[in-house]
Design a protein around this ligand. Sequence first.
Ligand SMILES: [Zn+2]
Length: 264
Amino acid sequence: MMIPLTVGIRLLYEAQALENHKTGKETMELMNGWRVKYGVFTLAVILFCLIPMAGAGAPQQGFYTILVDPAHGGDDPGVMSDKLREKELTLNLALLVREEAQKIPGLQVQLTRSTDRTLSIAERVKAAGTMKADALLSLHVNAGFGKKASGYEVYFPGFRQSVPGGGDSSPIIKDMARNTSLNDSVRLAQRIQSALETVFPRKGRGLRDAPSPLWDGLTIPGLVVEIGFATDPDDRKRLTEEQTQRAVARALVMGLRDYFRKAP
Ligand SMILES: [Zn+2]
C-alpha cells in the first residue's frame, strides 16, 4: 500500500517543481494537464489499495471460528507417563492445529491457552462465548483402562447433563438450541473420527457420549478428543513424534473443514 502511494505523491511533487521553474501560458497548460493525469493516477492507486482493505472487515459467508482447547496446563499437568506430559502435548497439538488451519480459507482457530497456564473449565467454556466460536474441540491424552488400552476416542455431549459434584441430572433436553448443538456435535464427531482414522488406522475406540462439565451451558457443537494413551508404549512413542503431531493436527483441521463444508 505504501509504495504506490509514495510514487503517486512523488510524481505530484515533480510536476509541482517543474511548474515552479517554467513560465508562460503553454507550460501552465501542459502542467495543468499533468496535474490532472497524475491526480487521477494517484486516486486510482489509492482506491485500488483501499477496496481489498474494506472487504477484509466485511462479514464473509462461510467463515468459521473454532475454539481449540489444550486441556490442563499450569498447575495441572494432566496425565504423566515417562517423559510425556499431557499439558505439553495438548498445547503442542493445539498450536499445530492453529497453524494448519491457516492454510484453509474460511477457518480460523483460536486457543483457550497458548502458553503453559492454569485455566478452569468455566474459563474455557466462557472463552467459547467471548470468541463467538462455532465449535469447541478439547484435546486430551488418555491413560489407564489396563495396560493394553490404546487408540483414540472422541467424546460428544451426551443426552445427559453433568451437575457440579458429580452424577447425572435430568435426561430431558431443555431447549431446541441445545438439542441442535448435540446433533451437530455427533456430526462433527463423525468427521473428526474419519479424519483421525487416516493417521491411526483401526485405532478408533468409537464415539462416546459422556457427561462433562465442559458441556454445561455450551450451545455450540463441542467434542473432547482423547488422542491416544500415554500409558501405552506404542501410543506414547508415536504421540511424542513431531511428525505424528503434525499429521494429527492436519487430520483435525480436515475433519473440521469437512464438517463446516457440509454445514447447513
Ligand atoms: Zn486430560
